[in-house]
Write a protein that binds this ligand. Structure first.
Ligand SMILES: Cc1ncc(COP(=O)(O)O)c(C=O)c1O
Length: 375
């Protein structure tokens, strides 16, 4: 089996498993407990915070643990709405956000927020002219993802932040797919809030973080015992936090050792093989800045799920597993202006750090054979 669905989730790195192991039963203590036995758990939580902050080019006080990317996205949007600085009610998102942002925005609309979705161009990149036009004195928050989960398209978040700040709005970016795959430096991006999800970069599932820019007061989503300096109540998931901290260290090493370039070469090789051997094969977002591990494609006349069903040796993603006649395909591709027939065909191949040239060669062969079969 060739796993090419690393944007869905990654295995937990063995080093992260090892870092977690002492906190299940040995050092199981509550990190908030006052006695000396709890010191190790408390130190592990802070050590991991420092590691993630270093990966993001930030300081530990800006990192708050959450239950994953979905919670971080919900908190960023709902926290903004609850505080609504300046009484501004307008929320701008992009047309290609993950449901964790898009559905939260829809919920806030029902609570009175004025939500608009910024269009993307045919490469999947948010149109800055549309942003400039949409920004006004009532715009309170702009939330645009750093990298798209389906196409890997990287958004010009630094430029978006510059424009939004000039209009007096806050900026959130969902960096769940970017952290650990490309360099993500909050200072360079200039964002106020940034979402991290542990299981997308070899950490455990159900743990994430929200970066909160120094000086920004974001009302908590979860009230309770006041953990995380009152910003996120609930006893910290110490093993998961320790695992995420180790994953952040491993990501730093991988990024510094040329990992993204090596990965992009493999992805490009896969892309080349498919373009050369599968007639009419279409690659989405290839002219835009892209994650080094992601390849979004479609084969003429083939639904993504059907194509993958004919590739028993490959595990990959589709825009939707739905066969309903009303299914218009991947919303990301539709937002890029791709016709429903093609958008229903989306197959997302996403490489991991351990994907080899042999995996690529084998996957290209399997996909080619499946694409050339007429069923
Ligand atoms: C862009 C993006 N945001 C948010 C999420 C949700 O993260 P989590 O699964 O940690 O809740 C995902 C995961 O699929 C994602 O790809």
């Amino acid at each position: 089996m060739i796993y090419l669905d690393f944007n869905a989730t990654t295995p937990v790195a063995p080093e992260a498993v090892a870092a977690m192991s002492t906190f299940w039963s040995g050092d199981f203590y509550n990190p908030s407990a006052p006695y000396p036995e709890a010191t190790t758990a408390r130190a592990a939580v802070e050590d991991a915070r420092a590691a993630l902050a270093a990966l993001l080019g930030s300081t530990p006080d800006t990192v708050v643990w959450t239950g994953g990317g979905t919670e971080s996205d919900n908190w960023a949007l709902r926290g903004w709405w609850a505080s609504r600085p300046g009484g501004r009610r307008r929320l701008l998102i992009s047309a290609v956000e993950h449901p964790a942002v898009a559905e939260t925005a829809a919920a806030l609309r029902a609570e009175g927020a004025q939500v608009a979705a910024l269009p993307v161009d045919d490469r999947g990149v948010v149109r800055l002219d549309a942003l400039e036009e949409a920004l006004d004195v009532s715009t309170g928050l702009v939330s645009v993802m750093l990298a798209n989960n389906e196409t890997g398209t990287i958004q010009p978040v630094a430029e978006i932040a510059r424009l939004a700040h000039a209009a007096g709005a806050l900026v959130h970016t969902d960096a769940a797919q970017a952290v650990g795959k490309i360099e993500v430096a909050v200072g360079d991006l200039g964002v106020d809030l940034l979402t991290v999800a542990g299981h997308k970069f070899y950490g455990p599932k159900g743990i994430g973080a929200l970066y909160i820019r120094p000086g920004l007061e974001l009302p908590p989503l979860l009230a309770g015992g006041g953990q995380e300096r009152g910003r996120r109540s609930g006893t910290e998931n110490v093993p998961a936090v320790a695992g995420l901290g180790m994953a952040a260290r491993l990501a730093r090493t991988w990024l510094d050792s040329g990992g993204p370039d090596r990965q992009a070469r493999l992805r490009d090789d896969l892309e080349k093989r498919l373009r050369e051997t599968v007639p009419g094969c279409r690659i989405f977002g290839r002219s835009a800045p892209r994650l080094p591990n992601t390849l979004a494609l479609a084969v003429p006349g083939r639904q993504g799920a059907a194509l993958l069903a004919a590739c028993p040796g490959i595990r990959a993603g589709t825009g939707s597993a739905c066969h309903h006649p009303d299914d218009t395909g991947s919303p990301t591709l539709r937002a890029m202006g791709v016709a429903p027939d093609w958008a229903r065909g989306l197959v997302r191949l996403s490489l991991g750090r351990g994907t080899t040239a042999a995996d690529i060669e084998a996957a290209a062969g399997i996909l080619r054979r499946a694409a050339l079969r007429s069923d």
